[in-house]
Design a binder for this molecule. Structure first.
Ligand code: F6R
Length: 589
């Protein structure tokens, strides 16, 4: 939640513009308001501009300069107002602070600061940070004041502080992500790489307890606790600037959906060493526990079916409900945490609990340099590339394809699984095109005014219905409820009335006829049946035909849901890249 971005030695002398452009790339992290602070050329004082609303079309009137910081906000404490937008200043207006996280002890800190005579302008927890630094600066160096302040904050936090007089940016991390980018003379600090990818791909991901100090002359890394200097560990990312651009598509969401014809088959060629290492642990008898949140948890559930098909027992949990079961993890457990961002608080808590009990932690991540990756014994980066849209699509399919490979690696049939994924890639290449988009647009037009939809699927298509439904809910705000086909008769069927849209997800598998019976039952109650399947059936009132890819048919079945969510969202006036109330990485419990 919230995006932080800072630049020093901006090469264009238009640091505010650089920050604005970078913040637009971070908007997925929060988009209710934004703000920038700049240290203009000759003056020590800081100039700040902040506004409520999305940053997409925003412009800044801030003057030239080479040092600036900016923020895009996802409100936690304090409503969505200009005053609550970051950066926040101290009383002297010499210090500007950006923050991502929650300062859990801010109320007690604020009481003390009020007693000391500080004046507060906002209702945020963040503003106390600026005043605390101001207080400490009375008798301490900037470094000590910022590090000392940061250590007083309880909770998962990242901050960036701009001090005008010394032309310094200090950023500290504890629980919320930060990455430093080094250009030629220019340097950057941000919540995520896309903010500065245009300028450099040479990065250091901060770990908890690290702070970075950027000045005009140097970039130095520190241990926040001891204040002692540390060595950077720079890595050059293979991300391209185009990865963080819309590439001619109207929205990142559509671009990322269409990219899956490349990202899914790519999984068959990467991570083979890590997959084999994990498979060896499972072959040696370790029990598999999968945990994740949201979309990634549906991936966990689908993977459980893949493992079961190979005769391997796996458990799957929503990470937010895992703790009562953590006691059953031990050194005989492989705990597979699935997370696009690697920063989801509930997933991290579950992973830490499993690891504490002796489990081997395997992190299935997409973003790099995350907290989850640092915690893991084995990291499997699924390689979908930056996922900018808040609604997860290509990360989900890459994660699921990777787990499909793992399930086959355990019984020695990975080569066949690789071939199946390559074949799926070829099928998607033909099917996932403009013709399909048009077909889904036509379907969306017929569904636009409905407020409730139901979905059924069985076995592998059951988690697929969950993911399909989530895409509709997130992108279009329509209530879409997924059920296991077998659950229908146990109460659900009361919800079906004449004309209720009912999606039936199916593959050409051995449970196909049971699913078609459910479709018939829905139809008999007046349900309007939309088949999402690789075959035709009289039970379907309409059909989006998907490629027949055996077990992998759930991939195109889910892709239909992604496209439908997208077009319903566009049709209903939602912003498909940034749905209301959501943030890309949920770093709070
Ligand atoms: C759905 C979505 C969320 C995330 C969930 C977990 O489109 O984006 O449900 O899947 O918040 O996020 P990660 O995968 O980053 O742990």
């Amino acid at each position: 939640m919230c995006g932080i971005f800072g630049v020093i030695n901006d090469q264009t002398n238009e640091a505010a513009q650089t920050i604005l452009t970078g913040l637009k790339k971070l908007e997925y992290r929060g988009y209710d308001s934004w703000g920038i602070a700049i240290k203009p050329g000759s003056s020590d004082s800081l100039l700040v501009e902040k506004h409520v609303g999305k940053i997409g079309l925003a412009q800044t009137s801030l003057p030239q300069g080479t040092i600036a910081i900016g923020h895009t906000r996802w409100a936690t404490h304090g409503g969505v107002t200009d005053a609550n937008a970051h950066p926040h200043l101290d009383c002297t207006k010499k210090i500007a602070v950006l923050h991502n996280g929650i300062v859990e002890n801010y109320q007690e800190l604020k009481v003390k600061l009020l007693e000391q005579g500080h004046t507060f302008i906002s209702e945020t927890d963040t503003e106390i940070i600026a005043h605390l630094i101001e207080e400490k600066l009375k008798n301490q160096s900037l470094k000590k004041a910022v590090f000392g302040t940061f250590k007083e904050l309880v909770g998962s936090n990242a901050i960036a502080v701009l001090h005008g007089k010394s032309e310094t940016i200090i950023a500290c991390r504890n629980g919320s992500p930060l990455v430093v980018g080094m250009g030629v003379a220019d340097a950057y600090v941000a919540s995520d790489v896309p903010a500065f990818l245009k300028f450099t791909n040479n990065v250091h991901f901060l770990i908890d307890g690290e702070s970075v100090i950027l000045t005009k002359k140097s970039i130095l890394l520190y241990n926040t606790d001891s204040g002692s200097e540390k060595k950077f560990s720079w890595s050059v990312l293979d991300w391209k600037v185009e990865d963080a651009e819309k590439g001619g598509y109207p929205h990142f969401l559509l671009k990322e959906i269409m990219e899956q014809k490349k990202t899914i088959p790519k999984t068959a060629q990467i991570n083979l060493v890590e997959i084999e290492k994990t498979a060896a642990l499972i072959r040696a008898g370790k029990k598999i526990v999968l945990a994740a949140c949201g979309t990634a948890s549906y991936c966990a559930l689908a993977a459980k079916y893949f493992f079961a098909q190979g005769g391997i027992h796996a458990e799957s949990y929503g990470a937010y409900e895992f703790l009562p079961f953590a006691q059953f993890c031990n050194s005989d457990t492989v705990f597979i945490a699935i997370s696009q961002s690697g920063e989801t608080a509930d997933t991290l808590i579950a992973a830490k609990a499993a690891k504490k009990n002796g489990a081997t932690l395997v992190a299935l991540v997409n973003a790099r340099g995350s907290t989850l990756e640092r915690l893991a014994d084995i990291t499997i980066p699924v390689g979908a590339g930056p996922e900018i849209a808040v609604v997860s699509t290509k990360a989900f399919t890459s994660q699921l394809a990777t787990l499909y490979l793992l399930s086959h690696a355990v019984d020695g049939t990975i080569a066949k699984a690789q071939q199946n994924l390559t074949d799926l890639g070829n099928a998607l290449e033909k099917w996932l095109d403009v013709k399909l988009q048009k077909q889904v647009v036509e379907l969306a037009k017929t569904l636009m005014d409905h407020e409730d939809m139901y979905l059924v699927g069985k076995h592998l298509n059951y988690p697929a219905t969950m993911e399909f439904a989530l895409k509709i809910k997130e992108a279009s705000y329509i209530h879409a409820e997924p059920f296991a086909a077998g659950e229908l008769k146990h109460g659900v069927i009361t919800l079906i009335q004449k004309g209720t849209p009912c999606f039936v997800l199916s593959s050409n598998d051995r449970v196909k006829h049971e699913v078609l019976s459910s479709a018939a039952e829905l139809k008999a109650r007046g349900g309007h049946i939309v088949g999402i399947a690789p075959y035709e059936s009289l039970e379907f009132d309409s059909l989006i035909k998907t490629p027949d890819a055996g077990d992998l048919t759930i991939f195109p079945n889910v892709i239909v849901g992604q496209l439908l969510g997208y077009y319903l969202g566009v049709g209903r006036g939602a912003d498909p890249d940034k749905p209301r109330n959501l943030a890309k990485s949920v770093t709070v419990k």
